[in-house]
Ligand binder design. Structure first.
Ligand code: CMC
Length: 430
């Protein structure tokens, strides 16, 4: 489709160019709208607004398609791993073996935190949520690399800083878990690969190394890979917004962690497990709970269901559900919460309320059950999402940084407050 659309406001005709993406998506370019007509577009929560052009990830929510740099998520899930996929997202192509080796070296060389950061960890109370610690510590880590703020270094040092961020987020995450549970810090090991190294820092003790279980490493690596990017969601849009002000990579990623924390976004994986635990504790099989959701009792939602973009199925949920059964079978574990989850899914998928609103299980519906099976504590679930999403944020940051036409992101608003009025002194106010 090519051409222009025409907008008529008060007999004034404005031609809006149609911008067509490589997968045939069409956008109307409204950049000239305000200058030409004095109007702006109003689209709360951005359901119809394209804020950028991007070559990183493609989603067709109606067809359940998700592609990273043109590769189907199911193929990457089956054949690739998190680190190779991270390289693909950031640099646009699958790496050669030399490029992959160099990237892995950078990750290993940059895995240690500055020792000074240990004192910062000490300052957090044990009740601190690991997402709060993660966001604060990623931002704090930037203080140890003042060059990050320098215009030239922002570009030339990018590969090292990108690897540093992806590597250190895993170290920070494991340290926050150990701190919150009063456990001694376990340092990373250079001979371990990314995901195994993370599990080592989480679960080894000073006297005994965590015994690597390949199926657990693979399951967590897959969770990271499936979360690695998801185009313009709440947190990625936040990262791009912050990056547009020319803030540094670490500051931009730290803002992304804050946006991801909420239960409607990355926090949903924790919320799903809390919901399943509550249903289980009440002796319900899910039926009563779903009735409350449908009747909007206390504005309850079936967490792990629904998506702004996917309106038929979430392709990540299909992959992760299969993985969930495998992990539990491998670990010889049964989980009553999995039975409740399956029951909820079965009822919801056949219920008019959910069908009419096109609500289907999303990636978070089953990822929590896998994480629980492999021993990740509940308050670390969203942190796992953040580790996984880091390469996507880095890739989006790079795209913003390299955009020759890039401008600071600055939306407008329709003002609905008071019109001009006079100040009244405090003693005269009613
Ligand atoms: N349970 C029950 N009702 C729901 C749900 C749900 N999970 N999600 C949406 N609805 C209803 C909502 O009440 C509304 O009903 P009505 O038309 O009667 O007012 C209708 O569906 C449309 O909802 P919406 O809030 O306008 O939809 P949205 O596109 O703004 O929200 C969402 C998308 C993901 C925030 C929402 O579906 C939700 O809250 N889901 C539960 C939280 C969740 O699982 N989030 C993880 C998303 S996937 C991971 C990620 O990428 O962040």
């Amino acid at each position: 489709m090519n051409g222009t659309a025409e907008l008529i406001i008060d007999n004034k005709h404005l031609k809006l160019p149609m911008i067509v993406g490589s997968e045939g998506e069409v956008g109307l370019d409204v950049a000239a709208l305000r200058n030409e007509t004095g109007c702006i577009t109003l689209d709360p929560a951005y359901g119809n607004t394209g804020a950028c052009k991007s070559a990183i990830t493609f989603i067709d929510g109606e067809k359940g398609i998700l592609q990273y740099r043109g590769y189907d998520i199911a193929e990457l899930a089956a054949k690739s791993n998190f680190i190779e996929t991270s390289y693909l997202l950031i640099y646009g192509e699958l790496p050669t073996s030399a490029q992959l080796a160099e990237f892995s070296c950078e990750l290993t060389d940059n895995q240690m935190l500055h020792e000074g950061m240990r004192f910062l960890f000490e300052g957090f109370p044990t009740s601190a949520h690991p997402m709060g610690i993660l966001s604060a510590m990623i931002n704090a880590a930037s203080s140890y690399f003042p060059n990050l703020l320098n215009g030239t270094e922002r570009q030339t040092g990018f590969p090292r800083h990108a690897a540093r961020l992806i590597s250190q987020v895993r170290t920070i995450a494991a340290f926050s878990y150990r701190k919150a549970h009063g456990l001694p810090t376990i340092y990373p090991k250079s001979n371990l690969k990314y995901t195994a190294n993370f599990l080592h820092m989480m679960f080894s003790s000073p006297n005994e190394d965590w015994v690597i279980q390949p199926e657990i490493v693979r399951a967590l690596d897959l969770i990271f890979l499936l979360h690695a990017d998801h185009e313009q969601n709440c947190s990625t849009a936040t990262v791009r917004m912050v990056a547009s002000s020319r803030a540094n990579l670490f500051a931009s990623a730290s803002a992304g962690v804050c946006a991801l924390w909420g239960p409607l976004h990355g926090g949903a994986n924790q919320a799903v497990l809390e919901m399943l635990e509550e249903i289980h504790a009440e002796g319900d099989d899910g039926t009563r709970f779903l009735n409350e959701v449908k009747n909007k009792v206390g504005n309850r939602r079936l967490m792990g269901f629904g998506h702004r973009v996917y309106k038929n199925f979430d392709p990540r949920a299909v992959i992760i559900k299969e993985q969930c059964d495998k992990v539990l079978a491998n670990l010889h574990k049964s989980d009553p919460l999995l039975d409740i989850a399956k029951k909820l899914e079965e009822i919801a998928l056949n219920d008019d309320y959910f069908i009419a609103r096109k609500l289907y299980p999303n990636v978070d519906f089953y990822s929590g059950i896998i994480m629980r099976a492999i021993g990740i504590p509940l308050d670390m679930f969203t942190v796992m999402f953040a580790i996984g999403r880091m390469p996507g944020w880095v890739a989006n940051f790079k795209e913003v940084m390299e955009d020759p036409d890039g401008r600071i992101a600055r939306p407008r608003q329709i003002y609905t407050g008071h019109t001009l009025r006079n100040y009244v002194a405090v003693e005269q106010r009613a």
